[in-house]
Design a protein around this ligand. Sequence first.
Ligand SMILES: [Zn+2]
Length: 407
Amino acid sequence: MESADGDDGAASWEPAVGALALCFEHLHDDLLQKRLRDGAFRGECSFCPDGARDRVTVVRVSRLAEEILAALSDGDPGPSADVPVEWAHVERAQGDAHKAPPDPAQAVAEACDAVLDDDVLKAVKDCIDQKNWYGDPVEFVPRSSTMRDSWASFCRTVVERDLDLPGSDPAPGSDRDKLDSLMGRIAGIIREAHLIRTVEPGEKIWRGRMRADDVLPHYRARDIGSAPPGRAAENRMSRAGVPLFYGSADSDTAVVEISARDDRPFAAVAAFEVTRPIRVVDLVDIPKAPSRFDREAAARRDSLVFLRDFARDLSRPVFYDGRPHRDYRPTQYVTDYFRESPGLRVEGIRFRSAHNAGVNYALFVEVTQCLASDAADGHGTLRLIAGSERVEPRSHVARRSAVTPAV
Ligand SMILES: [Zn+2]
């Protein structure tokens, strides 16, 4: 291989480790490989075992470091990038959220854990550190959207700055304005990735209550429909007083969900049928996010990762103590945004249960829309199905601990 020992102090100084070359066997991301074909040449790989050091297609460690940092940085995203124009002012207004100066080697380590072999990752970090040490620092401004558009950052902003609900006409540049812009992007990806589904008339949604005995309670629709506005308790997706209809697509999931937050031994469940088409945000199967090296899809990646993390928090079990939860506010904020968004026009969310991977619904349906089984067609939104009621022993799945789901 070429040696870096004879470095003569040329204008572009190259640390020894940066001059090392590696073959493509050590890169585990197709897009990263594709982007590095440009700087590749025939040479020896410093990372293959000694016996395999034939001349193969290799790329320098310094070139690999540049490519990775570029993927993690702001910069020209390319002509077909899906970064909406109206978001640009917020990109520049950022900078207050994360004060610590970015450490590029650290950023690379976090981003490339699964993409590079350990010894290659170490060489890349050493290359960056040596350049910085010898006064030839690598340019690195972390892509602001990656941090700011993350679910974790969103939650911090809503909770720490005590933001309440999505508001009307927020001041330009305010926290609320930034969150609204972000939510606009999220709504965009929901439409683009076809994450809106229509729940068709006739589909069943199960709902119920825990019981002390196994006697059929003969529930009426208004007994197990949504709570009236005055009695709706706060939960992960709605503030106190805001009615939501929680239910599950099958009775097993309904039993698992309700028994997770109530120790009584039996669960009485009954099915409602949907009486008119209901559009919902469907987070049951969120598409896989693009590679982080696909710079043109960076915004799509951020949005899909945000939705995945939001959906995970919707199903996450929590301790249930009946008190207001500050950490419910981020999920409440997003749910409220979905409820109010004229661009989405949805009436609920479909998401996976954390307990058994079944499907749950949270519908923006009031108790007056939950009708008795003898209600005529063309009325209400949900109709109790006569004879569907059953009582089952509590689910052993949820008995394992005192933690409870979001419903
Ligand atoms: Zn190799």
